[in-house]
Design a protein around this ligand. Sequence first.
Ligand code: G1P
Length: 291
Amino acid sequence: MSKPLRKVVFPVAGLGTRFLPATKVVAKEMLPVLDKPLIQYAVDEAVDAGADTLIFVTNRYKHAIADYFDKAYELEAKLQEKGKAELLALVQGTLPRHVRAIFVTQPEALGLGHAVLCAKPVVGDEPFGVVLPDDLLWNGTGKGALRQMTELAEAQQAGVIAVEEVPHDETDKYGIVDATPVDERSASIRYMVEKPKPADAPSNLAVVGRYVLPGRIFHLLEQTTPGAGGEIQLTDAIEALLKEQGKVLAYRFEGIRFDCGNKAGLVRATMHMAMQDPKLAPTVRAFLDQL
Ligand code: G1P
C-alpha cells in the first residue's frame, strides 16, 4: 500500500435485532459501554490509526450517528454559560477538528461487501480501513488494532485483516482463514471462506471486524455475486484479491476483543471498562462479590 491510510469506512446500516426492543429507537452503534457509545470507540481507533476522513455507511432511518458527531449548539451554549468546561470538552471531543465525517446511504441491506462498495465514490483508489463497531478491540493505552494493522500494511505493501482464534463450533459465525504463519502475529492467507460449517472450516482462525484494503477491492466487489446467506460478502472479494495479488496478511492484533454484537459481549466490555476505571472499580467489585 503506497499511500498512508486516511480513510476509514464504518458499515453501520444494520438493524441490531439482537438488542430489540432498545434498537427500535437506539442505533446499536449508540449502545454505551459505560459513558461512550460503541461508535466512539471505533472512531477513536480510526483516528489513532491516522484517519482524517470517516465514512459511515448508514441507512435512511438511522440519523443518530450523524447527530452524535454533529455540533450540539444548545447543549454547548448551556455548558459554556455554566462554566462546565470538562463536560463541554467531552461534548465537543466526539470528533477531532481535523477529522471529517461523511455519510453514505446503503439503499438495500445486501451484505457487508455491498455496504463497503457504497463507500467507493468517497474512497476512490487508495488504501482504506474498514471498522465494524460491533467488535470493540481494546489495547488499553497501547496502539489500537487498526494502527498496528496500518503499520504492517505499509511495511509489507499488502492488505491486512485482523483475526482471532474462535471455538471450533463457532466457525459458521465468521469469515475463516487458512494461513501460513510468517511471525508471531502475522500469517500469509492461503484461502478464506465466509461462515463455513465447523466440519468444512479450514481452521478456527476467524476474521474480526478490522480490515486494511487497497482501493482495488471495489472493482472486485462490483464483480462479487451473492455468497453465504445470499449476501454480497467482503470475504469473497478479499479471496478474489488474494488470487489476483497473491498476498493478503492475517494479523493477530495485540489487545482484547469484545463482541458487542451480542448481550454477553456488551456486558463483558462494560465490566472490563468499569474495572479499568479507578473510581468505579471498587463499587463494581463489591457488587459482584455480593451477587
Ligand atoms: C462479518 C464478516 C465476517 C467477520 C465478522 C466479524 O460478519 O462478514 O467475515 O468474521 O463480520 O465480526 P457479520 O458478523 O456481519 O455476520
